[in-house]
Design a protein around this ligand. Structure first.
Ligand code: C2E
Ligand code: CA
Ligand code: CA
Length: 716
């Protein structure tokens, strides 16, 4: 709120510049009129005075009327007394008439012992004059009947007279107007005085105070500028003093506030910077691979989409090739050399790949050990050029990487999808390149495979097979077969459990077809659990019939990596009250390679249950007798590949002998699988092999007879 011009005039009450008197007075009045407080107070004073005057007027009026009536009575009395003194009324019958004329009375009725006389208007029920005259009932307006009974001034007479008081009301009105006029004048005067006092004593200081508060409010930064010595010693002075105190307090807190404000500014600044950094970090995280700094799948897809959109407008054919590169056996490197070395290797490969990318985001790490690279302007129209380019890339990528003085090398399998032949949108192209890469990996490590319609068909077939496999367990299409494992004297010491799938329309499907599929889709986890439980149930029956041998169940790498595996095995054993030492789990080397330390821990836990462990397909993977001694296994299974050409193949024979000797040195037993001939059996037994498994000793079959036991009843 700002002070108006007139307020300022009033505020400048004490200013040195005297304004012209008329103008100042006018302003002063205007100011007072505008002041609601003053207006109300003056109005109240004015009305109060009027009310008081009016209240006083009522008794005054009555007294005045009485006084007037008394005057009338006195005049009449005087007239009658004078008349009676000067005249012998009783003797003159017309005296009453003369009295009327002499006194101006309207009527008279006089009585003595001698007689009576009357004249003029007849006097009615006259009242005595000793009471209040104004209370005497009047015969008509302007008339008053009075009675004097033997008064002092006429002791012989009883006189009743009618007085003419018609002028009384006029006089009374004049009295009222006089009094009211006077009251008004007094009220006006008192009001003016009140206004003047209010203006000077209240309004001016109040406005000055308000002006000061407003100024201090607007200029909040300098509260001390508005501290003033209080002008007065009344309540206004006290309010001004309180305002001063408040301003001083504000000024004290302002310094503290200033400091706090600065701190807050700093804090906000810090937070903003940290938010920006987080935002940047989030951006990088959501679009870039943390380890290699390459684009991630989302960003790569985005760029691929942009590229395709741009290419559409440019040319319809031969716009590029999408490469998906998968490192072969990277998990093994991770396991053997450690994760830090694996990470370093991925970074180096990413670095090498980025040299082949035309733009930064046209190369990406899609996840794990899989990379993608877009080669614009490379098309199927010049397959040789493309092949050369890809070979150059694989050549570079598979060059050894030196990490902490250790030479690490990884082959790479490449899947190629041509644009637009193999797809016109990003998801299709990526899917097809991946299918081609999987094929490249499956065919041979370190190979290049181009996507084709046939491949797509194969993928679809795999998809159909997978769908069928999912329903195979509930539909009872899967069965367990058992292949005997025999000792040197050909006694059966155990059975390997091998799964069989008899499809109602496609017939028997070999495990080599559907087990990898189950592994790819992780269905192997459900399938594996089912097989293990079925094997335990079946073997338990044999044990109850007197079987003392073991049952060997194949455990896939995924099952081995599954958290809670040991507990599950333990629960199964307890549930079926199965003797742990009669269960053997066959694990391939690839299952250990990911994380050898973890593998050792898990194996130790399995062994602690009493369950036996065998290393399956020994010699085909990254067999290293050096780490083998770390593994708490009971048995090593020499793979069929090394048995097949025995005894003719000298190299295989030496290998088998070495494996057997070293395994024995480590306290492990050895079993050879795929034994089909007597020569193979003899040769292996001569080399010290403990047990044999193969068609020679028995093919896998649905139900077998445990040695030395009555024929088991196979349920289900
Ligand atoms: P594997 O564990 O090495 O199983 C041995 C394979 O060699 C079996 O093939 C068996 O029938 C075959 N075999 C045994 N003796 C001879 C022989 O004298 N000559 C020839 N030529 N072959 C012989 P199968 O049953 O086709 O299984 C193939 C692979 O499928 C298995 O290799 C195993 O890796 C996987 N597999 C089979 N059943 C299961 C299972 O229940 N669970 C898991 N995880 N994998 C299984
Ligand atoms: Ca096996
Ligand atoms: Ca095997």
């Amino acid at each position: 709120m700002k002070a108006s011009e007139s307020e300022l005039a009033l505020l400048s009450d004490q200013s040195a510049d005297p304004a012209p008197l008329g103008w100042a007075t006018r302003q002063w009045f205007r100011q007072l009129a505008a002041c609601r407080l003053c207006r109300n107070v003056t109005l109240a004073v004015f009305v109060a005075i009027l009310v008081i005057e009016t209240l006083i007027l009522v008794p005054s009026y009555r007294n005045y009327e009485e006084d007037l009536l008394r005057q009338y009575e006195a005049v009449a009395r005087q007239g009658i007394a004078t008349f009676l003194a000067s005249t012998n009324v009783s003797k003159e019958p017309a005296a009453a008439q003369a009295l009327l004329r002499a006194t101006g009375l309207l009527g008279i009725d006089m009585k003595t012992a001698d007689g009576s006389q009357a004249a003029g208007e007849p006097v009615g029920q006259a009242a005595a004059t000793d009471g209040k005259l104004r209370d005497i009932p009047r015969p008509a307006p302007g008339k008053l009947d009075l009675l004097w009974s033997n008064p002092e001034w006429a002791p012989d007479w009883e006189i009743a007279a009618r007085l003419d008081i018609s002028e009384l009301s006029g006089e009374l009105w004049a009295f009222v107007f006089r009094i009211l006029g006077l009251s008004l004048l007094i009220a006006l005067f008192v009001t003016l005085v009140t206004m003047s006092v209010l203006g000077r004593m209240m309004l001016a200081p109040l406005l000055r105070l308000r002006h000061r508060i407003l100024q201090a409010g607007e200029d909040a930064a300098h509260p001390l500028h508005y501290v003033r010595q209080p002008e007065r010693c009344d309540e206004f002075g006290e309010v001004a003093g309180a305002l001063n105190k408040m301003l001083v307090h504000i000024s004290t807190y302002q310094d503290r506030l200033q400091v706090l404000n600065e701190e807050l500014d700093k804090l906000v600044d810090q937070r903003t910077r940290s938010l920006k950094a987080t935002e940047k970090e989030l951006h990088i995280r959501s679009w870039y691979d943390q380890l290699t700094g390459l684009a991630n799948r989302a960003l790569f897809e985005e760029h691929l989409r942009n590229f395709l959109r741009h290419a559409e407008t440019e040319s319809a054919a031969g716009v590029g090739a999408l490469l998906m590169l998968g490192l072969d056996n990277f998990q093994t490197i991770n396991g053997l050399a450690g994760h830090a070395a694996g990470d370093r290797m991925l970074q180096e490969i990413a670095h090498r790949l980025s040299h082949y990318a035309q733009e930064k985001n046209l190369v990406a790490r899609l996840g794990g050990d899989v990379f993608a690279l877009l080669l614009p302007h490379m098309s199927g129209a010049d397959p040789q050029k493309l092949q050369r380019e890809i070979e150059a890339i694989t050549g570079t990528v598979s060059q050894p990487v030196i990490v902490s003085g250790q030479e690490l090398q990884c082959d790479v399998s490449v899947g190629v999808a041509l644009i637009p032949t193999d797809g016109q949108d990003a998801p299709t192209l990526l899917q097809h390149a991946e299918i081609a890469m999987q094929k490249a990996k499956a065919v041979r490590e370190n190979s290049i495979h181009f996507f084709s319609k046939t491949l797509s068909q194969q993928v679809r077939q795999r998809q159909t097979l997978l769908t069928e496999l999912k329903s195979a367990i509930p539909q009872g299409q899967l069965k367990l077969h058992f292949q005997p494992q025999c000792d040197a004297v050909r006694d059966c010491v155990g059975y390997e459990v091998l799964i069989r799938w008899d499809h109602p329309s496609w017939g028997p499907i070999p495990p080599s077809h559907f087990i990898p599929l189950a592994e790819d889709s992780h269905l192997i986890l459900t399938l594996g659990d089912w097989i293990l439980e079925q094997a335990i149930v079946q073997a338990k029956r044999w044990i109850e019939e007197g079987f003392h041998g073991r049952v060997a169940v194949n455990l896939s790498a995924q099952q081995f990596a599954k958290p809670g595996l040991v507990d599950e095995i333990s629960e199964l054993l307890t549930q079926h009250r199965f003797p742990a030492n009669q269960l053997e789990l066959e694990i391939t080397e690839t299952a250990f390679m990911g994380d050898i330390d973890r593998a050792i821990t898990i194996m130790q836990q399995i062994r602690a249950l009493g369950v036996q462990l065998a290393v399956d397909d020994f010699g085909t993977g990254y067999s290293s007798l050096a780490y083998l001694k770390l593994l708490p296994v009971n048995r090593i299974k020499i793979d069929r590949a090394f048995v097949k050409e025995l005894p003719a193949n000298q190299q295989d024979l030496i290998l088998c002998r070495t494996i057997i000797t070293m395994a024995h040195n480590m306290g492990c037993q050895v079993i050879a699988e795929g034994v089909e001939t007597e020569e193979q059996a003899t040769c292996l037994l001569d080399a010290g092999c403990d047990e044999l498994q193969g068609y020679l000793l028995g093919k896998p079959g649905p139900v077998v007879l445990p040695p030395g036991a009555p024929k088991p009843k196979v349920g289900g």
